[in-house]
Write a protein that binds this ligand. Structure first.
Ligand SMILES: NC(=O)c1ccc[n+]([C@@H]2O[C@H](COP(=O)([O-])OP(=O)(O)OC[C@H]3O[C@@H](n4cnc5c(N)ncnc54)[C@H](O)[C@@H]3O)[C@@H](O)[C@H]2O)c1
Length: 266
């Protein structure tokens, strides 16, 4: 029997994280790299988050990959890109998404003003792209002795929004397409889990709201609704990411694990 540190060890493994320049994507990448994985951080933009966070990680163990996932041609080259940058692939994290803070007209607006075009864009990036990328990478993942796919969901893919939290307007609730795409991603997780078993495991992490310059009133109201009495910290995503990526979870597939401080329990 392996020791617990052997089960969590990711040395020799390669991971691709979409949305890898973002807040949670870079944190997940860092967690995997801290446990020994070589990581590819794919994003359409290069933020300073990666450079700030990866100061203690050897430069050979992480790489930024510039790609816009709304470009179908680019997405179709994903397995080539992975082979060229990482060589092989053991872990895929589908984290890139259109999120509530994106400033796009017709996105985070009252329902009457939510645009059908933006709805389609969100479904494309948040749901279709994880399907397409996973599909293109199956043959590369099949070469791994322990492949794991992790999708990043949201509590708003599980529960309807409580609009009283947003009524003062200091923070805006996420739109319908966000909820629908994240709900779909959970069902895609279950579908892929049975379809790709017994070789590739597929699970989802379902985070609650993450604290990030959060207005005080919203924070207080959110805490009241959360058994653990706080918003999530970025650090909260690290343990679950390593767990699902590693052999510590090798008998777990098809699960959507809530990381929400108990928000969804009552
Ligand atoms: N922040 C939260 O409170 C929260 C809560 C629950 C779930 N999530 C989920 O966590 C994930 C990360 O969110 P975050 O809060 O770190 O947001 P973020 O905006 O910091 O990260 C999202 C990243 O995805 C990238 N991205 C978007 N469209 C892309 C495209 N077309 N091509 C390539 N990259 C693209 C963005 O450039 C960005 O870096 C998302 O899936 C989000 O839905 C976040």
């Amino acid at each position: 029997m392996r020791t617990i540190s052997e089960l969590f060890n990711l040395s020799g493994r390669s991971a691709l994280i979409t949305g890898g320049s973002g807040h949670l994507g870079s944190t997940i990448g860092l967690a995997l790299a801290e446990c020994g994985a070589k990581v590819g951080l794919l994003d359409k933009v290069d933020t300073e988050l990666v450079d700030k966070k990866f100061t203690n990680i050897n430069k050979e163990n992480y790489q930024k990959i510039k790609m816009d996932l709304s470009d179908k041609q680019e997405v179709s080259r994903i397995s080539e890109v992975v082979k060229d940058t990482l060589g092989s692939l053991d872990i895929l994290v589908n984290c890139a998404a259109m999120v509530g803070t994106d400033e796009v007209k017709g996105w985070v607006d009252p329902v009457e003003s939510q645009s059908e075009e933006v709805w389609r864009d969100a479904l494309e990036i948040n749901l279709t792209v994880p399907f397409v990328i996973t599909k293109h990478l199956i043959s590369v993942l099949n070469e791994s002795s322990s492949p794991s796919v992790i999708n990043i969901g949201s509590i708003y893919g599980v529960l309807g929004p409580d609009w009283s939290l947003y009524s003062s307007g200091d923070i805006k609730g996420t739109p319908a397409a966000y909820a629908a795409s994240k709900g779909g991603l959970m069902q895609l997780t279950r579908w892929l889990a049975t379809s790709l078993a017994p070789t590739i495991r597929v699970n989802a992490i379902v985070p609650g709201g993450v604290e990030r310059n959060t207005p005080v009133r919203f924070k207080k109201e959110y805490e009241k609704k959360t058994p653990l009495k706080r918003l999530a910290k970025e650090e909260d995503i690290k343990g679950i990411s390593v767990f699902l990526a590693s052999d510590a979870s090798s008998y777990i597939t098809g699960q959507c694990i809530m990381v929400d401080g108990g928000w969804s329990v009552w």
